[in-house]
Ligand binder design. Structure first.
Ligand code: PAF
Length: 314
């Protein structure tokens, strides 16, 4: 039988444990080194079981993020969460300064689900020379420029670039992304494959409110009336699926569901499309699985996105 080295604590209860806050590169690297030292004896014995998990976020955490941390906890010995509101992924008209910042509350939530450390850098650390002249990662088409990319042309460049920087700083074995941001998840998977990055990507299914609304930091902007209405976006995805199962082709099904959504109050639909699950190319006019239905719409001033993946075996 193998013995657990004395310096490796396997059973620290979540309640006793404090999340370590890492604000600069020295503390991040020292934390990583100290953990590596603690793992080394075990690593020799059980190499395939030593994992640093990473959950990149922009804070304003909700149940969807906590689910990512829980999944990371299941698969990894240590879990680092980053909180960084990335200015590079905001277009000038998207209000970067108004993005909710709730660090103290985020820290409490992270503590409650047993995250080990939070990397909380400031802008100067991530973009020491500004973000205007940085070497950027541009995802390939159509991932970069359809769907979200059509409405937010520089968004995925900003996301891919900052995630690559965070991967290089944190050096995780596995990184966890919400399937709620389906296109973002595929952009990151593609970047990892194309650039041979030594990290595994796990996509965690969307967490929903009891009426089906996908959890999102933006839901906090919905007033009571809009909050009730918001569930109709998910219903439009489900209707599209039902219509396809009933024999309609993907574009007819999407158009009918879109019409129904626009008949209800306050919606400005940006897209509702059925796409191939990996490349996100538009589905040809015959329904086949796997595929994914994706939508974005503004409800008043609040922009919501959602998706419904349909697997081979569904
Ligand atoms: O999904 C998010 O919160 C952000 O896009 C991410 C992945 C943390 C990059 O800034």
């Amino acid at each position: 039988m193998t013995e657990t080295p004395a310096n490796y604590t396997t059973a620290v209860s979540i309640a006793e444990k404090k999340v370590v806050v890492l604000r600069d590169l020295d503390s991040l690297y020292n934390y990583r080194l100290s953990q590596a030292a603690a793992w080394a004896p075990i690593q020799n014995l059980r190499q395939d079981q030593i994992r640093l998990g990473f959950v990149p976020t922009m804070g304003a955490l909700h149940e969807g993020h906590l689910e990512l941390v829980r999944r990371a906890r299941e698969k990894c010995q240590k879990v680092i969460v980053s909180i960084f509101v990335n200015p590079y992924q905001f277009a000038p008209h998207e209000d970067f300064s108004k993005y909710p910042r709730t660090f103290e509350r985020d820290l409490e939530l992270l503590q409650s689900v047993g995250a080990d450390a939070v990397f909380y850098p400031d802008e100067k650390l991530i973009y020491p020379n500004g973000k205007e002249k940085i070497t950027a990662v541009i995802p390939p088409s159509p991932l970069n420029d359809t769907l979200e990319g059509e409405f937010r042309p520089t968004f995925f460049r900003g996301v891919a670039t900052v995630v690559l920087k965070l991967f290089n700083l944190v050096q995780p074995h596995i990184a966890f992304f919400g399937q709620k941001d389906y296109q973002q998840w595929k952009v990151i998977e593609t970047m990892v494959k194309d650039l041979n990055l030594p990290v595994d990507i796990v996509g965690v299914p969307t967490v929903r409110e009891s009426d089906g609304l996908a959890m999102s930091s933006r839901n906090a902007y919905l007033d009571e009336k809009a909050r009730k209405e918001a569930t109709n976006l998910y219903k439009a995805l489900c209707t599209t699926r039902e219509l396809m199962e009933g024999g309609k082709n993907p574009s007819q099904a999407a158009a009918e569901a879109a019409k129904l959504l626009q008949e209800s109050q306050g919606w400005q639909l940006q897209y509702l499309k059925v796409c191939r699950s990996e490349s996100l190319e538009a589905m040809p006019d015959k329904y086949s699985k796997p595929c994914v239905i994706l939508a974005a719409a503004k409800l008043g001033e609040v922009r919501l996105i959602d998706n419904l993946p349909i697997a081979d075996f569904d």
